[in-house]
Design a protein around this ligand. Sequence first.
Ligand SMILES: Cc1ncc(COP(=O)(O)O)c(C=O)c1O
Length: 456
Amino acid sequence: MTVSLGGADLRSLRFAQEHHLNHYGRARLPFSSVRASGVEIEMADLSRDGELFSVIDASGGYGSACLGAGHPAVRGALDRGLGESGYVTDEVGSLERARLLERLLGAEGLWRDHFPEGRYRVSGRNSGSEGVELALRLVLESRFDGRRLRYRPERAQRDTILVFEGAWHGWTDGLLPLLNRRHYRVGLPGLPTGEDGLRVEHVPFGDVALLRDFFAANAHRLLAVFVEPVQGDAGILLPPPGYLRTLADLCVRDEVLLVADEVLTFAKTGRFFAMVDEGAPVHTDITVIGKSLGMGALSTSMVFARSELGVRATGAVATSDLRPLTCAVINDGLAHIVAEGLLEQSKAVGEHLSHALRTRLVRRFPEIYAESRGIGVLHGVELTGKAAGKLGALRTELVRAGVYVEFMAGAGRRSHGLRYVHPAMRIAPPLVTTADQADLIVDRLCAGTRVFEDLS
Ligand SMILES: Cc1ncc(COP(=O)(O)O)c(C=O)c1O
């Protein structure tokens, strides 16, 4: 028996479909979330008179909802944060913020291996994009003397930033030049070049020889490298072993700042941070984390920067910088993740999921899926060229089959003859997902793909 949503709620959902600015350049998906608990979402199908159906979440809200919906640890943190932590800005200290920073960076700190005590400072922003903007600002300030208001003579010639093909670092104007896809940039003014300006260069991700060549030719002009340790929007592209270490070594050798954009990867790869090599941290000058950091309840990011980096006086003051309520959510969320061993659990579930995606989905539907790749609970299933043209229809059938997934743009045509990378379905379920739920995700992907195949 089908159950549908009542008149007033259905009217509201249709109203919102029309009035929420559509950023996707195509018709909106006809689905709306009505309520959610854990990794289950109850959705209404607006193209079927509000018919209600249950969906398992394989996306985690663009990879942000690490504890699923309505988690008691997050509820408790919000309650404490609102009830007692207050709302002071970064001008004065707060106990909640102090507890968080000590938990992360203190002598026994959770992340002391990545950010040794006393060597890094932290700032909070509202979103991943804002965090990467702050990283870019820190990079630009590093070649400028903010007190004398002139370039530092020894850094003045460093006018180049290296980014990787297919990168996505956020949508705000300052970050547009970092994206190498013309589609995102054409017609929009970027950062100026010339004096006070910047050159942005791109190389394909993962090719050590090309990286070395680039450094050999450009190191004297190179100011910084921005890297996603696993490329997200490019279709979940993993670096070969040793690549990130080589990149870091080249940066140290040539005095180039290394910026890791871990907005997506931070808690998704079966451990904290993906800047690792053979299990050991690969140190950066700046690391930005976001998405999962807000535990699915808040949008927030943190920027870890080497102590010597900074922004000119009052140039980066923000109303939202590590507010106590935000810190309460991060504090309790991280404590829960650690106490329950959720990263270890997600690693095991992720391996199970990876195997199932390869053997039960990609192998079964070779006309639609080209390959599956990933790490932890961050997987990309790349479409074939044929299926890429019908991505909207495929996604609709997958959701109707009861699994919510997203699609990434893919890296497109890359330089140096590397192969084209088509869009990829991102499977990035919350950390709390169980092995049975991972199986259900793959069952439903198969069911939806079968319907799509029959209709095509
Ligand atoms: C690697 C990376 N950096 C930055 C961002 C931007 O984060 P936000 O959407 O929170 O602004 C994203 C978001 O998709 C991302 O994947």
